[in-house]
Structure formats: structure tokens, C-alpha cells
Ligand binder design. Structure first.
Ligand SMILES: Cc1cc2nc3c(=O)[nH]c(=O)nc-3n(C[C@H](O)[C@H](O)[C@H](O)COP(=O)(O)O)c2cc1C
Ligand code: SF4
Length: 432
């Protein structure tokens, strides 16, 4: 029996759940009241102790990241809420913004307070117009009620929040591409180091956190780090929003504890596969994660560490399910097309390699396959995103992790479904 009680989405079915009055009626902004009486370093320590890891994709420790903000810098500090949500198969931040925007805003103010920030941004995906308009209302309500602006809730702390709309580029979800875009430039990722915590927005210390990560913060403050750590695996705990799409009867966003089994998510929460078809493969963490075969998927927990051990990643927890009717060469081409379109073009391996993948896969599908094509697909993928050897770290050859985000899924398609790719190669003539 599933005994987990949702944390982030507990109230999303209730009327007017997006309003300030509703949020206050369920205890909203009490965590902020508490935080405003705390030493900012203690807030960071509490978040560190909770073992909260980022929900945007990389899964880095949130408290540790905040700790990188230099204490001795007299430059302004910035907090950016990454609401770009462009990863294919991912649609959880949109739900949080629509249904629980004050929970997210409270999380932002807590994070901003902890790092000493007085101007914070929400970088929202351009296509999210409805959410943008709603967040404008959320922020106006907060200003009207002294939750934003000067001397928040009568304290000495002041914070302004500005919404910035993106213009539809996937790469602007990558934190340094986002920073460039926010500065009014083309969204070209930066070489790291320096990391944004040292040199981010306008060369000042900056923290970029995802919507879901920030939404966890009021709960950590109210219920404590130990409570949070007790949900799921200790090294990567907490509630998590899993987006399930593709070949399932009941697609949607499901809140479950970290470490839930992928099998339960697909066959219980999402109602299994339509028409009793067989499961073929799954992206466990958005389209940038290596796919799992049906056998692998039936035996995996949705945990940061375990998915890395299986040669994939939890990423944005966007689960895309493929059934037995899916043509894997076509699916691989679909993915390659997306990345070729979205490559920012700065790095040669990524810019050229993604286009080559599309050309080769298109040729294969159109009957023009050549004997060396499979090896060539591996070679191109490895030249973009390096060889996958998780025990030694990645061997990225590009400025940003986009290269790996192309190489890993493409490589996994060819490796795990090689037979299907081979069927597109010229067959040896059989002499009677
Ligand atoms: C190509 C690419 C796209 C990304 N898109 C997003 C995104 O849409 N939203 C997001 O929160 N993080 C995205 N990320 C991850 C961010 O770079 C960053 O790690 C994250 O916003 C940090 O927040 P967190 O620590 O709370 O996860 C993307 C990363 C890459 C490489
Ligand atoms: S890896 Fe691709 S997306 Fe990232 S900076 Fe290089 S060209 Fe741009």
C-alpha cells in the first residue's frame, strides 16, 4: 500500500490554491517568519543537513552550492529561479507554478535570505505565458502584503523579485546560458570555472536553483532537515515530482518519495501500457538520460546513485515510456533532431556532430545505410559527449553538458537496440 503523503502537491486540487489567502490558510509563509529570525548561515546549514539535491537535472547538493557564495565579496549576490523547464518529458515546474506559486516564492525568499541576496529573478520559459501572468499576480500579492519589498514582515531584510521571460531556447535552461540570456546576450553557455556562485549574473556571485528545489525549502524549514532526510534514500532524499509520458494509460505528474521503483511508477501510478502492449524502453530522467531496456527498467529505484550505477541518470525525473511498437531508429532520430535544432553552435563537436547524427539516421531510415554506419554513430556520439565511463567521470568535450545530453541517449539507443539499427543496413546477398 502506498502510504506516502504528498508534500509539494498536497493542495493542488483545492479551489484557489494559487492565491495568497489559500496559501496562508495552510500555514504558508510561517517558514519565512522563522527564517527571518535565524542567522543566514544556519539556514544554509539546515538545508545542507537535509541532503536536498537539485531537481533541475544535475542533482547537486543545494546547501553545499549556497555555501560556495564568497563571504568576503562586497558585490551584490543574486538568486535565480530556473523556471525554463525545456527538457523533453518534463512538466512538473509548470504544475508547481500554476498550483502552488506562493510555495515556490516562499522558497525563493528563504534561499535569497540565506545567501544575502536582495534582487532575485525568475527566468521563465517564454512559452509559459499563463504561468508568467499568474506569477505576476503572485508577486503583486506578495508586495501588497509586505512579503516582498522593503523590510519583509517587519524584519531588516529586503528583497525584490523580477520575472524575466525566455525566448524559447532549450539551452537557456543551462545555468550559464541562462545567465547570458538574462544579461541580454545570446544564450551561449560559459566555460566553467568560474562557477556562477563565484562569478554569475553581471560577474557577481549567483545561485541558480530549480523551481522544485526551491519549493522544497519551506517544508525543510518547517519540519526540519531530519524529517526531509527520512524520506527515501539518505544521500538523495525528499519528495520528488515524477513526470510520466509516452505509452502509458494515465500520463501526468506524480509526487512520490525519492527511491520509488520505476516499475510502480509506470504500472501502478501511470496505469501501465495501453492495450496490454509490452514495455520496450524508458527514458528515466528526461531525453538527456541514457535509455533503459524493459528489463533494466523493471528493476530500478528512482534514486540518483542507483541510476548512475545503471549507466543513466535521474536528471529532471521526466520518464518517457516506449512500448513494443516504437521504432528505435526513428525514436533515436527524433531525439537527435531535437538536439541538432537546439545546439547553440559554439562548440564544433556539438554543432557539427548533432547535424551529422541527423543526416546519418535519416539516411539509414531512408534505406541508404552503409556497412560502417553503426560504428560511425558510436564514433560521432563519443566525439560529442565523450565515452561513458561513470566510474571515471565523464569525458566531456564541449563547453556545456549539452554534449553529453546528446551523446548518452543516442549511444544507449544504438548499444541497446543494435539489432534494429542493423536491420537498416544492406543485407548480404544469400546465394542459393
Ligand atoms: C542543456 C541543459 C538544459 C537545462 N535545462 C534546465 C531547465 O530547463 N531547468 C532547470 O532547472 N535546470 C536545467 N538545467 C540544469 C541547470 O544548468 C542547473 O543545473 C539547475 O538549474 C540548477 O538548479 P538545481 O541545483 O536546483 O537543480 C539544464 C542543464 C543543461 C545542461
Ligand atoms: S555543448 Fe553544444 S549547446 Fe553546449 S555550448 Fe557547446 S555547442 Fe553550445
Amino acid at each position: 500500500m502506498n502510504t506516502f503523503k504528498p508534500v509539494l502537491t498536497e493542495h493542488i486540487d483545492q479551489k484557489d490554491c494559487h492565491t495568497l489567502s489559500f496559501y496562508k490558510s495552510i500555514g504558508g509563509y510561517t517558514a519565512l517568519e522563522k527564517v527571518l529570525t535565524m542567522n543566514p548561515d544556519h539556514v544554509t546549514q539546515e538545508v545542507k543537513d537535509s541532503n536536498l539535491r537539485g531537481r533541475g537535472g544535475a542533482g547537486f547538493s543545494t546547501g553545499m552550492k549556497w555555501g560556495f557564495i564568497p563571504k568576503d565579496s562586497n558585490k551584490p549576490k543574486y538568486l535565480i529561479n530556473n523556471a525554463d523547464e525545456s527538457e523533453p518529458g518534463t512538466f512538473k515546474d509548470r504544475l508547481l507554478m500554476n498550483k502552488a506559486p506562493h510555495q515556490m516564492l516562499e522558497g525563493m525568499i528563504i534561499a535569497a535570505y540565506a545567501i544575502g541576496c536582495h534582487t532575485s529573478f525568475i527566468y521563465i520559459r517564454g512559452e509559459f505565458y499563463q504561468e508568467y501572468k499568474l506569477l505576476e499576480q503572485t508577486i503583486a500579492e506578495a508586495y501588497d502584503n509586505n512579503i516582498l519589498g522593503q523590510n519583509i514582515l517587519g524584519s531588516n531584510y529586503s528583497l525584490d523579485v523580477v520575472i524575466h521571460r525566455g525566448a524559447g531556447a532549450y539551452i537557456c535552461g543551462e545555468e550559464t546560458g541562462l545567465l547570458e540570456s538574462l544579461e541580454g546576450k545570446r544564450g551561449w553557455p560559459r566555460i566553467k570555472p568560474p562557477f556562477p556562485a563565484i562569478e554569475g549574473y553581471l560577474q557577481s556571485p549567483t545561485i541558480v536553483n530549480n523551481v522544485e528545489t526551491l519549493s522544497c525549502l519551506p517544508h525543510i524549514i518547517n519540519r526540519g532537515a531530519s524529517w526531509f532526510k527520512s524520506i527515501g534514500p539518505e544521500k538523495g532524499p525528499g519528495p520528488r515530482l515524477f513526470c510520466i509520458s509516452g505509452s502509458v494509460n494515465n500520463p501526468g505528474v506524480f509526487e512520490e518519495p525519492m527511491g520509488v521503483s520505476l516499475k510502480d511508477l509506470i504500472f501502478d501510478r501511470a496505469g501501465g501500457i495501453p492495450d496490454d502492449k509490452q514495455l520496450k524502453a524508458v527514458f528515466p530522467g528526461g531525453s538527456s538520460s541514457a535509455i533503459l531496456t524493459a528489463n533494466e527498467a523493471m528493476d530500478v529505484m528512482m534514486d540518483f546513485e542507483e541510476l548512475v550505477e545503471k549507466g543513466s541518470m535521474l536528471g529532471s525525473a521526466g520518464i518517457i515510456v516506449m512500448d513494443e511498437t516504437v521504432n528505435m531508429v526513428q525514436a533515436c532520430l527524433n531525439i537527435a533532431r531535437f538536439y541538432a535544432h537546439e545546439s547553440c553552435g559554439q562548440c564544433t563537436p556539438c554543432r557539427e556532430g548533432t547535424s551529422w547524427l541527423v543526416m546519418m539516421l535519416t539516411r539509414l531510415i531512408n534505406g541508404g545505410g552503409k556497412p560502417g554506419d553503426i560504428d560511425m554513430l558510436f564514433e560521432i556520439a563519443d566525439n560529442i559527449g565523450g565515452l561513458i565511463d561513470f566510474s571515471k567521470g565523464s569525458f566531456g568535450k564541449t563547453i556545456c553538458p549539452f554534449g553529453e545530453a546528446v551523446a548518452w541517449p543516442v549511444r544507449s539507443f544504438v548499444e541497446k537496440f543494435k539489432g534494429e539499427f542493423m536491420e537498416y543496413l544492406p543485407q548480404e546477398k544469400v546465394v542459393a
